[in-house]
Design a protein. Structure first.
Length: 115
């Protein structure tokens, strides 16, 4: 059984779509879609109010609420996620921009568990 699965994987990996880098393009497209979907959500009042406990207990973005207020924090997060998603999208044409967008996203998680 495992031998047949291994043969199938080898066969599929030798096909043109997987040799052409389609898998990398699909992963990049999924990342861009995810960033845009989450950034669009942060433009609404309801969503950002649900994120207030996560933001206020975050070691990275705890300063957003005192500095910008609830709406300003939502706008800030939405804008930064749009920028990161755009940089990853532009990585299709400029690998340096894609790498920059990916490196910026190597940050600690935004939220810590609530006590």
């Amino acid at each position: 059984m495992m031998n047949q699965v291994n043969q199938l994987i080898l066969y599929v990996s030798r096909t043109i779509p997987f040799r052409s880098g389609l898998d990398r393009h699909l992963i990049r497209a999924a990342m861009v879609f995810t960033f845009f979907a989450f950034s669009i959500q942060k433009w609404s009042q309801y969503t950002i109010e649900m994120l207030v406990p996560l933001i206020s207990h975050s070691p990275v973005v705890f300063w957003l609420l005192p500095a910008f207020g609830v709406r300003g924090a939502g706008y800030f997060l939405a804008t930064t996620e749009m920028i990161f998603g755009s940089l990853i999208f532009l990585g299709y044409w400029s690998p340096r921009l894609g790498i920059l967008g990916a490196l910026i996203n190597l940050q600690p998680p935004i939220a810590q568990p609530l006590k």
